[in-house]
Design a protein around this ligand. Structure first.
Ligand code: PXP
Length: 253
C-alpha cells in the first residue's frame, strides 16, 4: 500500500455565513456556535471562522465562545494585522489561516501574495508559531507562493479554489491541473496542503481526489444548502461526495 492510500481528507466547516444571517437582524439568532456544534455532530473535522476587520459576520464574542465551547480544532482565518495577532494570541486556536482582506470585497477574492509581502508576513508567522499556533497561508496555486510560504516557516498552505470553481470547460480543467500540481509541490516542500473557497457539490469531487490535499474548508455552499435540507444533511452530503471521490481515486476517505 502506498502513502497515498493512507492519507485522509478532513472537512473543515466554515460557519461565517450563519453569522451573516444573524447579523442581518442584529440579534443572536441563528447562533454560529450552535451551528459549529451541529457541524461537529454531522462529522466535521474542524471549524473555520473568519474574523474580519469590519466584523461583518463573525464577532469577537463568537471567537471567544468557539474557543471555550468547541471540542473540534478551530481554524481562525484572519488578516495579518496587529489587532488580529492579538486576538489569535489571546485565544490560541489550533491554526490561523492568514488571508488577504479588503473592505470592499464580498469575499476573499484571491490568495495572499506571499512572495510580494514576505517581509510584512514574516513577524506574524513567527509570533503565531511561537504562540503554539499552526500557521496556514491562503495562496493561489503558484510555485513561487509555495516556495516563499515554506521559507517563511508556514506549516500549511491552503490553495484558493475560487478560480477553479468559477471557470468552465477547458478553463476549469486548466485550473484543476494548476491545483493538482501545486498540491504535489506543497507536499514535496513539506507543507501540509489544504484547499477551499467556492466549493459545492458540483465542484468538490475533483479537488477531493487530489491525493496531496488533506483538508477542505467549505462554508457558503453548506449554509445555503442548509436552507433546503438542514445543516447536518448538507454536511453529510458533502462528506459523502468527498468520500466517494476519494474511493474512486483509490484513496483513503
Ligand atoms: N478558505 C478560506 C481561506 C476562505 O477565506 C474561505 C471563505 O471565507 C473559505 C475557505 C470558504 O469558502 P466558501 O465559503 O466559499 O466555501
Amino acid at each position: 500500500m502506498t502513502a497515498d492510500h493512507l492519507r485522509t481528507l478532513r472537512l473543515g466547516v466554515n460557519i461565517d455565513h450563519v453569522a451573516t444571517i444573524r447579523n442581518a437582524r442584529g440579534g443572536v439568532y441563528p447562533d454560529p456556535v450552535a451551528a459549529a456544534k451541529l457541524a461537529a455532530a454531522a462529522g466535521a473535522d474542524g471549524i473555520t471562522a473568519h474574523l474580519r476587520e469590519d466584523r461583518r459576520h463573525i464577532s469577537d464574542r463568537d471567537i471567544r465562545r468557539l474557543s471555550d465551547e468547541l471540542d473540534l480544532p478551530l481554524n481562525l482565518e484572519m488578516a495579518a494585522t496587529p489587532e488580529m495577532l492579538a486576538v489569535a494570541l489571546n485565544h490560541r486556536p489550533h491554526a490561523c489561516c492568514l488571508v488577504p482582506e479588503k473592505r470592499e470585497e464580498k469575499t476573499t477574492e484571491g490568495g495572499l501574495d506571499v512572495a510580494a509581502s514576505h517581509r510584512l508576513l514574516a513577524p506574524f508567522v513567527a509570533r503565531l508559531k511561537a504562540g503554539g499556533i499552526r500557521v496556514s497561508l491562503f495562496v493561489d496555486p503558484e510555485d513561487i507562493q509555495l516556495i516563499v510560504a515554506k521559507a517563511l516557516g508556514a506549516d500549511i498552505v491552503e490553495l484558493h479554489t475560487g478560480a477553479y470553481c468559477e471557470a468552465v470547460d477547458d478553463a476549469r480543467a486548466a485550473e484543476l491541473a494548476r491545483l493538482t500540481t501545486a498540491a504535489a509541490t506543497a507536499e514535496r516542500l513539506g507543507l501540509e496542503c489544504h484547499a477551499g473557497h467556492g466549493l459545492t457539490y458540483q465542484t468538490v469531487a475533483p479537488i477531493a481526489a487530489i491525493a496531496n490535499v488533506v483538508e477542505l474548508n467549505i462554508g457558503h455552499f453548506l449554509v445555503g444548502e442548509a436552507l433546503f435540507v438542514g445543516l447536518e444533511a448538507a454536511i453529510r452530503g458533502m462528506r459523502s461526495r468527498m468520500d466517494g471521490a476519494r474511493a474512486a481515486a483509490g484513496l483513503a476517505p
